[in-house]
Write a protein that binds this ligand. Structure first.
Ligand SMILES: [Zn+2]
Length: 258
């Protein structure tokens, strides 16, 4: 039984490692796709063209593309031009591998371990993008929302009606706050991506979860903003709210299926 658990967890870790490699690509390309959306000359998408060096544009071969190991073997440098390859890529791969392994150990049930890891994957990808660019791509927020509704339709971790109300209320509450803040201060406090992200959390966890998720995310966001003001005053006043929404939703879901 113990052996079975270990083998199953290792397989999960392998899938996590590969998904981390996809995440590296998504985190780098999705913001570029949004920023270049109006430019019809750019034809690249998430999968095409294949991986290439960010500096010399040389396409990467199979051996340069093995998650984690290629970066270590090349000591973080491009084989062709010797320029540095960001440590973000192996870090995301490592975190995905370890968290998939952890999910498989924590939840023996394949479906639950898988769903927890999928939510985590989306939360981490969106956080990395939001931290870097203050963007939350629809290509991540909307699939997460639909996945939450589908999982609850299929397995009913949360009653489907609660999930649908959760999605609608999650979007609606932040939409209301956004317009209230705008009317009072003429400032944009939130982005539309944040609305969709809270809608997704509602779709996964049900409307009952929204007050907790929003409260925890706001508290974490405020603490982070204060810390940034003290430690990194050179940074602008804008902070990303997405990471806090994404992870407080994820933690709530973990608690729900525990
Ligand atoms: Zn290169």
């Amino acid at each position: 039984m113990l052996n079975e658990t270990i083998i199953w967890s290792l397989l999960f870790a392998l899938a996590g490692l590969l998904s981390g490699s996809v995440m590296g690509m998504a985190v780098y390309r999705l913001p570029l796709m949004i920023q270049n959306a109006s430019d019809t000359r750019t034809t690249f998408n998430l999968w095409w063209p294949g991986s290439r060096c960010c500096d010399c544009r040389h396409p990467l071969g199979v051996l340069d593309n093995i998650p984690l190991f290629s970066w270590l073997a090349l000591r973080g440098r491009c084989r062709y031009c010797n320029s540095k390859i960001s440590w973000h890529y192996p870090l995301l791969e490592l975190v995905c591998m370890l968290s998939a392994f952890g999910c498989a150990l924590a939840w023996e049930h394949f479906r639950i371990a898988g769903s927890v890891f999928i939510y985590f994957w989306f939360a981490l990808a969106m956080s990395a993008i939001d931290f870097r660019t203050l963007l939350l791509p629809d290509k991540l927020t909307l699939p997460l929302l639909w996945l939450g509704l589908l999982l609850n339709a299929l397995y009913g971790t949360t009653a489907l009606t609660d999930a649908v109300y959760g999605a609608a209320a999650g979007y609606g509450v932040l939409w209301l706050i956004y317009w209230l803040v705008w009317l009072l201060t003429r400032k944009e406090g939130l982005g539309y991506g944040d609305f969709k992200l809270l809608a997704a959390a509602g779709a996964w966890c049900g409307w009952q979860a929204l007050p907790t998720i929003l409260l925890v995310a706001s508290l974490c966001g405020v603490i982070f903003a204060l810390a940034q003001k003290v430690l990194r005053p050179d940074r602008g006043p804008m902070i990303a709210f997405g990471p806090w929404l994404a992870f407080s939703g994820w933690f709530y879901y973990c608690w729900l299926v525990w």
